[in-house]
Design a protein around this ligand. Structure first.
Ligand SMILES: NC(=O)c1ccc[n+]([C@@H]2O[C@H](COP(=O)([O-])OP(=O)(O)OC[C@H]3O[C@@H](n4cnc5c(N)ncnc54)[C@H](O)[C@@H]3O)[C@@H](O)[C@H]2O)c1
Length: 258
């Protein structure tokens, strides 16, 4: 699906970003893996199919620093000739009741989840103006409705949705498509941390998170990666400005207590 495409994936050292990197590599893309976590990045590189290892590089990148994001985009262009896909996936949580969230934690989640996506989108857009491309952002179902204990995280993702819609409008004349992914709770270190914070034990915690997911389970990183591959590919050539829930039916409505 992604033969001859060049992609930057942020947050590729863990969780969903790692699964997306593996899927993009399987689909034939050349990759720049951009993340703060060097050890995790090396691990992601080691998991790539042998044939794609020569087409992948890791660059330590803090998405909140403009010069570092610019360098990741520049590395894609200098290594592989152009940039086709930006998967702005890096993000952090800031769980806790809003009334107890510190200003520092609120500002940090906005910095990584929103400013980071803004910087990735801005520099990818500039590189893609020549021949078009696909910008994907990582939103969340928590950006589409309120969620208890996500009073900093949710608003950061809501803003990502609107940023993506604006990108789609501004990118259209350059054939730059922009779409947002909105997963529900998906198996990952981030969700493990959230479950731990519920202090109900792992099994009971997961049960609480999945109570309003009709398919009755957490999402899998590979399921998010499948959507990320499709939206980045030419098969989605007429799709721009959407927010795609990957949510086991969560947004379809309430599950009645029968
Ligand atoms: N797991 C879920 O249930 C879920 C649901 C909806 C949305 N998301 C979103 O998916 C994305 C990935 O989440 P995950 O569950 O894989 O989390 P994760 O914690 O496993 O991975 C996040 C990655 O982002 C990196 N990162 C953090 N801050 C960074 C920075 N400033 N610069 C560069 N890299 C940075 C981390 O080092 C890590 O490798 C996030 O944007 C998250 O909000 C996750």
């Amino acid at each position: 699906m992604l033969q001859n495409k060049v992609a930057v994936i942020t947050g590729a050292s863990s969780g969903l970003g790692r699964a997306i990197a593996l899927r993009y590599a399987q689909e034939g893309a050349s990759l720049i893996l951009a993340d703060l976590n060097e050890e995790g990045g090396e691990h992601t590189l080691s998991l790539l199919p042998e044939a794609s290892k020569a087409r992948a590089k890791f660059l330590r990148t803090d998405v909140t620093k403009e010069a570092e994001v610019e360098a990741a985009v520049a590395l894609a262009v200098s290594s592989f000739g152009h940039l086709d896909i930006m998967m702005a996936n890096a993000g952090i949580g800031a769980p806790g009741f809003l009334s107890q969230l510190s200003q520092a934690d609120f500002e940090k989640v906005i910095a990584v989840n929103l400013t980071g996506v803004f910087l990735c989108a801005k520099h990818a857009f500039r590189a893609m103006q020549v021949k078009g491309g696909a910008i994907l952002t990582m939103a969340s179902v928590a950006g589409l409705q309120g969620t208890m204990k996500l009073g900093g995280y949710g608003p950061s993702k809501a803003a990502v949705v609107q940023l993506t819609q604006t990108l789609a409008l501004e990118g259209a004349r350059f054939n730059i498509r922009a779409n947002a992914l909105a997963p529900v709770w998906t198996e990952s270190p981030m969700v493990d941390g959230f479950v731990k914070g519920l202090r109900a034990g792992h099994e009971a915690g997961v049960k609480r998170l999945t109570a309003d997911i009709p398919l009755g389970r957490l999402g899998k990183p590979e399921e998010v990666a499948a959507a990320a591959a499709f939206l980045a590919s030419d098969q989605a050539s007429f799709i721009t400005g959407i927010v795609l829930p990957i949510d086991g039916g969560h947004l379809a409505g309430r599950i009645p207590v029968l």
